[in-house]
Design a protein around this ligand. Structure first.
Ligand code: PLP
Length: 400
């Protein structure tokens, strides 16, 4: 009898975490490494949020809480959804979990049966397909091409839907491309979804506050209210409030789904960390000015990285609407040989040679379902970004 489960054989460890770990190991061994792999803001959690957490500890708010969130936080989340997204949810339509990741996992675990299909636009956040598989469903990828700035079209969505489609996962702005759907682009997708009542919409709005220029964020249930009853709108404080380590994510949706997700959570982790919940409450209800400051900072970094990468021979880097990633195409580098003698047969070889020869850590595109590309997370200092881009340029200049 095998000790490890069959389920484990179907999933793979997160490649983004693997790159970050390798970069950290090289750094610890004394190499001059610039990590552009991690998907988290490089600055600290705002002081008012930290203070709220300290107060919660001092006031003894350190016990179990309601499984899917304290009432104060649920109320604050309802207010956030109404104010920022025009969505009316009652507190019993809200669930809070240990990061956006657990929220998505709960939703899939609570709903997927063998044979159920989940449509995932590619390039996608690495965890979606593996979570679907863990939940017993079947991921169905729909690829957004470079020509369409990594977004999928209504015709592609229509063609992917079958009677077994249970969910359509929507993530805008996207990890890993930063691509954001405009209201009209999203409306064209929701028009398709209206025709298929068996399909539920799982909207992952994690990068809502990180949008640039005059781009306006929008979410499916807001764009098409007729989909409200079959949409789970998920979000979290990790990226917007620089709170990745605190592990708080949340969602709003129909009561029966929210209840089912709570049941999964009650038999796995129970409530998310009590102290983190009070910190998230302060994040959502306290001063919001730093959101604007961070946005400006990330926009400047995006512009720096896009302009520098577009000077590299063989690389084409579109300008994304949001998040803190760019997803350059490296078709022009494939088939060449690096200065260190490595044949660049695919994007994994590119990322590996880049790390070995220049100390710049990026994540290869195959991990996200579209090649040949790589993902840069520009959530690091301007100086490190400029130096990393200089090294990428010299690496590309050296390709023969
Ligand atoms: C698109 C997307 N959704 C969800 C998450 C998970 O966020 P959390 O850290 O809150 O679990 C991430 C984190 O990288 C993400 O990029």
């Amino acid at each position: 009898m095998a000790f490890l489960s069959d389920t484990l054989a179907r999933v793979k460890p997160s490649p983004t975490i693997a790159v970050t770990t390798k970069a950290q190991e090289l750094k610890a061994a004394g190499r001059d490494v610039i990590g552009l792999g991690a998907g988290e803001p490089d600055f600290d959690t705002p002081q008012n949020i930290k203070d709220a957490a300290k107060r919660a500890i001092d006031e003894g708010k350190t016990k179990y809480t309601a499984v899917d969130g304290i009432p104060e936080l649920k109320k604050a989340i309802c207010a956030k959804f109404l104010k920022e997204n025009g969505l009316t949810y009652a507190p019993n339509q809200i669930t809070v979990g240990t990061g956006g990741k657990q929220i998505l996992y709960n939703a899939l675990m609570a709903t997927c049966n063998p044979g159920d299909e989940v449509i995932i636009p590619a390039p996608y956040w690495v965890s979606y397909p593996d979570m679907v598989v863990l939940a017993g469903g079947t991921p169905v990828e729909v690829v957004g091409t470079l020509e369409n700035r990594f977004k999928i079209t209504p015709d592609q969505l229509e063609a992917a839907i079958t009677p077994r489609t249970k969910w359509f996962i929507f993530n805008s702005p996207s990890n890993p491309t930063g691509a954001g759907y405009t209201w009209d682009e999203l409306k064209a997708l929701t028009d398709v979804l209206l025709r298929h009542p068996q399909v539920w919409i799982l909207s992952d709005d994690m990068y809502e506050h990180l949008v640039f220029d005059d781009f306006k964020f929008c979410t499916p249930a807001e764009v098409e209210p007729k989909l409200y009853d079959r949409t789970l709108t998920t979000n979290g404080v990790s990226k917007s409030y620089a709170m990745t380590g605190w592990r708080i994510g949340y969602a709003g949706g129909p009561v029966h789904l929210i209840k089912a997700m709570g049941t999964i959570q009650s038999q796995s982790t129970s409530n998310p960390c009590s102290v983190s919940q009070y910190a998230a409450l302060e994040g959502l209800t306290g001063p919001q000015e730093f959101l604007t400051t961070n946005k400006a900072l990330f926009q400047r970094r995006r512009d720096l990285v896009v302009s520098m990468l577009n000077t590299c021979p063989g690389i084409t880097c579109p300008t994304p609407e949001g998040a803190f990633y760019v997803y350059p195409d490296i078709s022009g580098c494939i088939g060449k040989t690096s200065a260190g003698g490595v044949k660049i047969e695919n994007d994994e070889a590119f990322a590996s040679a880049l790390l070995d020869e220049t100390g710049v850590a990026v994540v290869f595109g195959a991990a996200f379902g579209l090649s040949p590309n790589f993902r840069v997370s520009y959530a690091t200092s301007d100086a490190a970004l400029a130096e990393a881009c200089r090294r990428i340029k010299s690496f590309c200049d050296g390709l023969k």
